[in-house]
Design a binder for this molecule. Structure first.
Ligand code: SF4
Length: 298
C-alpha cells in the first residue's frame, strides 16, 4: 500500500478562488439546494472554470451508495430519494449562470431499481430544452455495466460521455468501491462508443497512488482500445483533513505529468490534459471539446 507523502510540494500550494463572479454563481446554485462538485471537492480550478463559463454539478444528491477510498462524497446504503424538481431547478440555474459548457456528474445509486438512469436522462433533457446551445458532458457512474440503463441516459443526448477508470488496474480493488471494476469501467466506455459513435468519450486517471510507469502505459493502451477520445491525468489529493481516505503515495512532479501527457498523446487520443491540478472536468479540455463539437456535430 502507498507510503505516506505528507507535506504538499510547492507546485500544489494555491490560493482558493474568490471574487464577484464566483460569489454570484455560488448563490445561484445554493439558492436552489444544488451542489457543485467544484465546491464539494474544494477544487483549485473553480475560479478559472466558473469565470470562464463552465461548471460541474453533482446530481441525485450528495450521498452515494458506494465508498471509494479517494472520494470525499458522503455515503449511505439508502440515501434520500432524488429531488423530482432537480431537472427544472438545474436547467433554470444554468440558464442564469449563462455557462456554455456544463458537466453533470453523479453519485451511485445502487439502491434504486434503475440506479437513477431515468432521473439523469430527465436532467439532461430538461437542460437541453431550456438551454439549447449549451454543451453537456455527462460523467456517468457504471450502472454495474447494465447496458439498458446506460442507453437510457445516452438516448437523452449528452454531447460528451465520460466515465472514470480512476486508477491503474492493479490498484482498483484498494482505491475504488468493491462494486466498481477496471474491466467493468472499460466495458461502459466501450458500449458508450458503440451505441453513440459520434459522441466523444472521456475518462480520467488519478496519479500518485502507487502506480508504476509501466502500469500507466498499459492503462493508456486499454483505454484507447475501447475508443476513448479524451484523457485527463491529475494528482490524487487526499480529501483535506481526512484520516480514513487513502494516503498519497507520491506527488508527481509537473515535468513527469508533461512527459506522461506526451506518452498518452502518442496513443492517439483526440486530446490529453495532464497536470497536478487537472481534474476529470477541466476547463482546457472543455474548451477543446466545445470547439470539437462545433466542428463535428454528433
Ligand atoms: S462511486 Fe463516485 S461518488 Fe461514489 S464514492 Fe465512488 S467516486 Fe465517490
Amino acid at each position: 500500500m502507498p507510503r505516506a507523502a505528507e507535506r504538499l510540494p510547492p507546485w500544489l500550494k494555491v490560493k482558493l478562488p474568490t471574487g464577484p463572479v464566483v460569489a454570484r454563481l455560488k448563490d445561484a446554485s445554493r439558492s436552489r439546494g444544488l451542489s457543485t462538485v467544484c465546491e464539494e471537492a474544494r477544487c483549485p480550478n473553480l475560479g478559472e472554470c466558473w469565470g470562464g463559463g463552465t461548471a460541474t454539478f453533482m446530481v441525485m444528491g450528495d450521498t452515494c451508495t458506494r465508498g471509494c477510498r479517494f472520494c470525499s462524497v458522503g455515503t449511505a446504503l439508502k440515501p434520500p430519494a432524488p429531488d423530482a424538481e432537480e431537472p427544472a431547478k438545474l436547467a433554470q440555474t444554468l440558464k442564469e449562470m449563462a455557462v456554455d459548457y456544463v458537466v453533470l456528474t453523479t453519485v451511485c445509486r445502487d439502491d434504486l431499481p434503475d440506479q437513477g438512469a431515468g432521473h439523469l436522462a430527465a436532467c439532461i433533457r430538461e437542460i437541453k430544452k431550456i438551454n439549447p446551445g449549451m454543451k453537456l458532458e455527462m460523467l456517468l457512474q457504471d450502472f454495474r455495466a447494465d447496458k439498458a440503463l446506460l442507453e437510457t441516459v445516452l438516448d437523452a443526448g449528452p454531447d460528451v460521455v465520460a466515465h472514470n477508470v480512476e486508477c491503474v488496474e492493479r490498484l482498483t480493488s484498494s482505491v475504488r468501491d468493491a462494486k466498481a471494476g477496471y474491466r467493468q469501467s472499460l466495458d461502459v466506455l466501450a458500449h458508450a462508443k458503440k451505441y453513440r459513435p459520434k459522441a466523444p468519450t472521456k475518462t480520467s486517471l488519478m496519479l500518485g497512488l502507487g502506480e508504476t510507469e509501466g502500469e500507466l502505459i498499459q492503462a493508456f493502451n486499454d483505454i484507447r482500445a475501447v475508443g476513448v477520445d479524451i484523457l485527463t491525468l491529475g494528482q490524487y489529493l487526499r480529501p483535506s483533513g481526512s484520516r480514513h481516505h487513502l494516503m498519497v503515495d507520491k506527488f508527481i512532479h509537473p515535468d513527469d505529468f508533461k512527459r506522461f501527457g506526451e506518452i498518452a498523446k502518442r496513443h492517439g487520443f483526440l486530446y490529453v490534459a495532464s497536470g497536478p491540478f487537472v481534474r476529470s472536468s477541466y476547463r482546457a479540455a472543455e474548451l477543446f471539446m466545445k470547439g470539437h463539437l462545433e466542428n463535428h456535430a454528433p
